[in-house]
Design a protein around this ligand. Structure first.
Ligand code: CA
Length: 227
């Protein structure tokens, strides 16, 4: 069994005490250290001071909102950020904007599901290859050691953690048609309860950042990176 200290600290930035108490209880039962902040500015400070392994960030906060807090966290840390969204309409705001969040969960969520998501985030972070490995697609170099994409003109693009996992997953399997469900399983690491549009939103982001990387839509199925 993993030692508690190895599990690290979870930071929750949430202004609703009832939710925060419940979430804290579940994570502490699982052996995580738990730190809380009730607004975005305090949350960003906690990231600096406590170096958490995962941040759970509510969107609706007093003062700066979760979107702004996420941007500020990204400016100082690569810590995985999981957003807590109150409404479906907020989801596009989270995944569509380039704020660097790794995942999101819609309220009301079960604490058990939240713990499962955090475990998946931690597992992915641990499974990242330590030996640099590179895939070339057309004249693009996708580098999993540096987690960056080098364009033919020498420009370096650093997608968000999740976007990089996605482009890497497609590039390693180039030529193969992959269903959205396969991609969710492979990149997100679990069944996303049918929320396959997450894949579409992230592909759209990748196409914006890497317009000439050949990610094809295969209608009715999913995606393929062409050879
Ligand atoms: Ca709130």
């Amino acid at each position: 069994m993993e030692a508690n200290s190895a599990k690290g600290t979870i930071l929750l930035i949430e202004d609703e005490d009832e939710i925060a108490d419940l979430v804290q209880m579940f994570f502490e039962q699982e052996g995580f250290r738990f730190v809380r902040a009730v607004d975005g500015e305090a949350g960003v400070e906690r990231v600096r001071e406590r170096e958490p392994r995962v941040v759970l960030l509510d969107i609706g906060l007093p003062g700066i909102d979760g979107v702004e807090a996420c941007k500020r966290i990204r400016a100082i840390s690569d810590v995985p950020v999981l957003m807590l969204t109150a409404r479906d309409s907020e989801i596009d705001k989270v995944v569509g904007l380039e704020i660097g969040a790794d995942d999101y969960i819609t309220k009301p969520f079960s604490p058990r599901e939240l713990v499962a998501r955090v475990r998946a985030v931690l597992r992915r972070a641990e499974e990242r290859p330590t030996a640099p490995s590179v895939v070339e697609v057309d004249d693009y170099v996708i580098d999993s050691g540096r987690r960056e994409v080098r364009l033919p003109d020498g420009v370096v693009v650093r997608p968000t953690a999740r976007e990089f996992d996605l482009v890497w997953y497609l590039a390693e399997r180039r030529g193969l048609v992959l269903s959205r469900a396969q991609i969710l399983e492979g990149v997100w690491g679990y069944d996303y309860f049918g929320e396959t549009r997450t894949v579409d939103v992230h592909v759209r982001q990748l196409r914006k950042k890497l317009p000439d990387v050949p990610i094809e839509t295969v209608w009715g199925v999913g995606y393929r990176m062409s050879d």
